[in-house]
Design a binder for this molecule. Sequence first.
Ligand code: HEC
Length: 434
Amino acid sequence: MQPLNRINSLNSTGKGSRMNISTGVTRSMTTPIHPDARTAAAAVKRSGAVWLAIAIGLFGASWQQPALAGARDQAKRIHDRLTGTPPSDALLSTMTGMVQSGDALGAARLAIDPNNTESRGFYSVTLKNFATPWTNRDRTVFAPLNDYTATVIGMVRDNVPFNTLLSADLLYTGNASGAPAYAVTNNNHYQYLEDNDADLRTALSSQNQSAVTGLPAAATAGVMTTRAAAQAFFIDGTNRAMFRYTLLNHLCNDLEQVQDTSRPPDRIRQDVSRSPGGDSRLFLNGCIGCHSGMDPLAQAFAYYDFDETQGRLVYTGGAVQQKYGINMDNFKPGYVTPDDHWNNYWRQGPNRALGFSSSLSGAGTGAKTLGQELANSEAFAQCQVQKAFRAVCLREPGNSADRNKVAQITSTFKSSNYSMREVFAEAAVYCMGD
Ligand code: HEC
């Protein structure tokens, strides 16, 4: 999709997101010498008379050897990159055979198949490191498991269509014995799983978020309404942070990249001065670029807040949070938020390049429909693929072959019902080496 290239070339999310740090590749050259070749080489020393015949045999053997060694290295790399751990000999042989017979994708699928006990590292380490930076403002990987990361891991494991990430009434909790029950007011449940090194391949089970947290089902919005996301992005401020970080983490664009001063400013809230420092040009050339599009989108979160005293997400259906009315004197005629109705002004203008879905209307009420709007965009699909590419290739998609591969995986992702597991498998095959 051509227009997306504009967004990509501006994408800056690579910095600070060296995920998967614990899946560094351990390249070992322990591939045994092909037995036929060893015999043949010894025979060459023994008898010059049969040199020619042996040499032909040797040539034949050493001709096969790189194929096997190559396939083993590729299988091993696929496994290392996906799980962060070396495979057992038995699994490596199976995967090598699959790679040799042209089914590298099957080998990658096997490496992360949750029925395969050796896939544990993919769930407990690779995916945890993949998702953790999305759950805090520093975007650090060094944070304990929480309800956001556990939900991502569970969705990938169970092949839940990933385009429901920002809208589903879904939450994964642990079934490890001895763990304190899920609590809306603390992270102890997940901290226990982390401290006890729970096998996240098996320890997570799918729940209705509304049933676990008591949030009305219509007010659930996938990972955006998890406790971890609320604590990071609904805390204080004006709830614009939830929008900004969702855009950054899941559409791979920060607001600098989507600024558009040509959208109508009619929904910009009162707290944004129209003449900062007495200069209205600053508003027209600067503030408007983000706030004209962002404010009518972040309105979807009008009923959410994070209560620091209780340590929990609060939802006040029908009553706009006080934080939407702060600093109303900055510009009295500014927009006063009456409800949680949102509109996507960025469906017009340059941000059409984000590729919003033509089967959605671009407007709605509440976080759930906003989550659908965002997660069904081309930018969302491509962003997930870019992140998976980075996680298993240990680099940015750089040259045109990489970008073509990302485009191809993105289109498979969408046509395979948004299977994130498949995205990882395909990226690992692409980066399995020669
Ligand atoms: C590049 C995008 C962008 C531009 C340009 C921009 N803002 Fe913002 N603004 C944001 C984001 C994102 C937030 C939410 C920050 C947060 O809560 O983390 C925000 C928040 C605010 C807030 C709420 C208070 C706060 O700090 O959370 C005010 C007031 C505000 N902006 C005013 C302005 C004014 C005035 C200008 C122009 C001088 C401007 N903004 C330009 C993105 C932008």
